[in-house]
Write a protein that binds this ligand. Structure first.
Ligand SMILES: CC(C)(COP(=O)(O)OP(=O)(O)OC[C@H]1O[C@@H](n2cnc3c(N)ncnc32)[C@H](O)[C@@H]1OP(=O)(O)O)[C@@H](O)C(=O)NCCC(=O)NCCS
Length: 89
């Protein structure tokens, strides 16, 4: 999982789970914890671009509470507002 700082208080999040551990809920759990970590780091908003056909990734982001805010024929744009997220620790 990584954050790439973009604008003021914003980061793009991306995630890769080792192939032998996919489909077990790890991705969604990591994405939930990532929101707490991002809040701790001072970010106010996370977003992610996911290919339309990447159903496991889209499901994982949706299960973790990310909102679909835009979509074209190539990619979906998800965001999580971190206001009100309790920081990690
Ligand atoms: C995308 C990824 C991070 C998801 O992590 P994960 O641990 O497999 O995800 P989870 O187990 O938490 O949840 C995946 C969801 O997708 C579903 N899913 C898994 N494989 C699927 C498939 N082949 N087709 C449809 N749905 C699928 C799961 O059933 C689950 O949904 P559900 O709880 O409603 O059943 C992981 O698959 C991965 O690393 N993929 C390669 C890298 C990638 O695509 N990263 C995202 C780009 S930002």
């Amino acid at each position: 999982m990584r954050f790439d700082a973009k604008g003021e208080g914003e980061a793009e999040i991306s995630i890769v789970i080792a192939s032998g551990f996919r489909g077990m809920g790890v991705g969604a759990a990591v994405l939930k914890q990532a929101q707490k970590l991002a809040a701790t780091l001072g970010y106010k908003r996370l977003f992610a671009r996911v290919k339309v056909e990447n159903i496991p990734s889209r499901r994982a982001f949706e299960k973790a509470g990310f909102q679909l805010i835009d979509q074209d024929h190539v990619a979906c744009l998800y965001e999580a507002e971190l206001t009100g997220v309790c920081p990690a620790g």
